[in-house]
Ligand binder design. Structure first.
Ligand SMILES: N[C@@H](CCC(=O)N[C@@H](CS)C(=O)NCC(=O)O)C(=O)O
Length: 200
């Protein structure tokens, strides 16, 4: 089985499935573009929707990070079989993506106002992540699922841009970050691949 992930050299929309693949011990090839080398017109033009990440398996390609994460989860024991449980986890992941969009695609240009808005958005979402994790003993009743990996991957990305330990007031979220990043496979990857500005 050949697997290949193409993205940028940032956590962004890919860290969750990098973690999942490392956790499951599945080998994959990685291509990481540096900002200075993008756009590579030939590569961009050949992408299904002009953007990364893309994931390839045995010559087949999919784009859209949520679809990739969900598929990788299905291959790594991180997607339950019950449709209701699946839907709950889909909703959890989509809530995290909503935060991403609000945080990074705000149209506010005034730096002070932008910062205040970011703080408000983070508080809104993280208090709910904390509430949900606490109430359900995790996103999937004490068992790991892809939602855990997406949340931790998102937080690693947020650290890179917001440069504050956003999870510090949320003990259950903080514990989950520690748990995921200490998993066999993930731990070794995290130690090897550090990102500038991220508090390890
Ligand atoms: N909805 C897509 C969004 C992908 C996306 O926005 N990719 C950005 C990087 S995070 C990109 O490829 N930017 C470079 C470009 O558009 O040329 C996903 O979740 O995969």
């Amino acid at each position: 089985m050949s697997r290949k992930l193409t993205y940028f050299d940032v956590p962004g929309y890919s860290e969750a499935f990098r973690y999942m693949l490392h956790y499951a011990g599945l080998e994959f090839e990685e291509v990481r573009y540096q900002d200075k080398d993008w756009p590579d017109k030939a590569v961009k033009d050949a992408l299904p929707y002009g953007q990364l990440p893309i994931y390839e398996e045995n010559g087949k390609t999919i784009n859209q990070s949520i679809a990739i994460a969900r598929y990788v989860a299905s291959q790594t024991g991180l997607l339950p079989s019950d449709p209701w449980e699946q839907a709950k986890l889909d909703a959890a992941v989509l809530n995290m993506y909503d935060l991403f969009k609000k945080l990074f695609y705000s149209k506010e240009e005034d730096e002070e106002k932008k910062k205040a808005l970011q703080a408000e958005t983070l508080e809104y979402y993280f208090s709910r992540f904390e509430r949900d994790l606490k109430a359900g003993n995790g996103y999937f009743g004490g068992k790991l699922s892809w939602a855990d990996f997406v949340l931790v991957g998102a937080i690693v990305g947020i650290h890179l841009y917001v440069k504050v330990p956003v999870e510090k007031d949320y003990p259950t979220v903080s514990a989950l970050i520690k748990e995921i990043r200490s998993l066999k496979g993930v731990k070794e990857y995290v130690a090897k691949h550090t990102y500038e500005h991220i508090k390890e």
